[in-house]
Design a protein around this ligand. Structure first.
Ligand code: PLP
Length: 421
């Protein structure tokens, strides 16, 4: 090193001085950290957390299938037959008959030509977007899209043109601008936005994408096993299955397991199988996870409608209850008939990060678990207490939770009111 060369900054400086450090330390010191809390039972409507019985309003186990005997038996059988892991990628040595059966059943359920199963939902988005987009292409993404979409877009090297959440005029402006970018164009939206629980205006998005020659991808992580008569997601709910080019789903919510998939045309799926890096260079989903997901898909196809309807009426019940307590609830947007839709995610707007954490803690101590969403999961100043429902919640659970929420929130006199901006 020459004498005039400055010493490099310590790479780990950010570890000691990141922007969240002070906040995190203060939260830990006061036992206010809402993350990494210990769940010491199954993820049912009532759980044990840190030794206490708690009403669970923060799980994505929408259909309650993680505790279903058939799903658990299928996981055991897969484990007994194929072992604890496959120790390699799908491409080389990690494809069992279970993976193939799951792909076939998913394609039938989604009514697409084919599907490809990844080890996580995150990897499904990452690997799909990295493979179908490249430098020179343009991807137009809603600002509320899941982080795995954003990461896949970045990894692809395509030009990213984000538009303000659910603003159709902004989407159109991005489509106009992308006409001279020179490459292929993809629009990517969530079928149900994970934090806000609202729906995209899928009919208008489809119309715009087609008018401007763009392909369309919908992330159905919170739509599969929830929306539509078959439970195929928001795309089915809006009757647009033949107009959406690509759908992504995950097993980590309604399907009671871990893993994810992309559904689309056979040629697209064949292409992903040989070009998707998170598929090729990562170990295949473990047999127990694949067996559980396969059984959950079968349950959805056989008896899904009764479960979806219980889930959504629970969501409606809680939403009405929260509204009647004077809390500001994020509205889910409109469904295909122009009526207000229902999704299983019912967030309460708090606004300030610290306040959200204080309300969360008071609820947690009183026996209700919710999720706290602060920046970057939501925009600055838009902190939410995200509640989510299960088909297995009973009215008594929800009534008890509402009583606790009323008692706790009435101690905070400046929470946003329903008509606040
Ligand atoms: C909208 C959305 N897409 C993708 C994912 C990633 O799925 P997984 O957690 O199964 O990897 C999630 C999960 O949080 C999600 O909410």
């Amino acid at each position: 090193m020459s004498e005039t060369t400055a010493a490099p900054v310590d790479l780990f400086e950010k570890v000691r001085n990141h922007e969240r450090r002070e906040q995190l330390e203060a939260a830990n010191a006061a036992d206010l950290n809402p993350y990494f809390r210990l769940l010491t039972s199954q993820a049912g409507p009532v759980v044990e957390m840190e030794g206490r019985e708690t009403i669970m309003l923060g799980s994505n186990n929408y259909l309650g299938l993680t505790g279903d005997e058939r799903v658990s038996r299928a996981a055991h059988e897969a484990l007994d037959k194929y072992g604890t892991g496959v120790t390699g990628s799908r491409l080389l040595n990690g494809t069992t008959p279970l993976h193939v059966e799951l792909e076939t059943e998913l394609a039938e359920w989604m009514e697409t030509e084919a599907t490809i199963v990844f080890s996580t939902g995150y990897q499904s988005n990452l690997g799909c977007l990295q493979a179908i987009l490249g430098p020179g292409d343009t991807v137009i993404a809603d600002s509320g899209d899941h982080a795995s979409i954003l990461d896949g877009c970045k990894l692809s090297g395509a030009k990213l043109r984000p538009f303000r959440h659910n603003q159709m005029d902004k989407l159109e402006r991005m489509l106009q601008r992308s006409q001279t970018d020179g490459g292929g164009i993809l629009v990517v939206v969530d079928g149900v936005y994970s934090m806000e629980g609202d729906l995209p205006d899928l009919p208008r998005i489809t119309e715009l994408a087609h008018a401007y020659g763009a392909r369309l991808m919908v992330d159905e992580a919170h739509g599969v096993g929830v929306l539509g008569k078959r439970g195929a997601g928001a795309t089915e709910l809006f009757g647009l299955e033949d107009q959406v080019d690509l759908r992504m789903g995950t097993f980590s919510k309604s399907l009671a397991s871990c893993g994810g998939f992309i559904a689309g045309s056979s040629d697209l799926v064949e292409y992903l199988k040989i070009s998707s890096r998170s598929f090729i260079f990562s170990a295949s989903g473990v047999p127990a996870a694949v067996g559980a997901a396969l059984e959950a898909v079968r349950i959805c196809r056989d008896e899904g409608p009764a479960l979806y309807s219980r889930l959504l009426s629970n969501a409606e019940y809680l939403r009405e209850g929260l509204r009647s307590l004077g809390l500001k609830v994020v509205e889910p947007g409109l469904g295909p008939d122009g009526e207000v839709a229902t999704t299983p995610v019912v967030p309460v707007v708090i606004g300030d990060d610290w306040k959200a954490i204080l309300v969360w803690k008071a609820l947690f101590e009183a026996g209700v678990y919710t999720n706290v969403a602060i920046h970057p999961a939501v925009p600055h100043g838009g902190a939410l207490l995200r509640t989510s429902l299960m088909a297995t919640h009973e009215t008594a659970h929800l009534d008890q939770a509402l009583e606790i929420i009323e008692a706790v929130t009435s101690q905070f006199d400046d929470l946003p009111s329903p008509d606040a901006n």
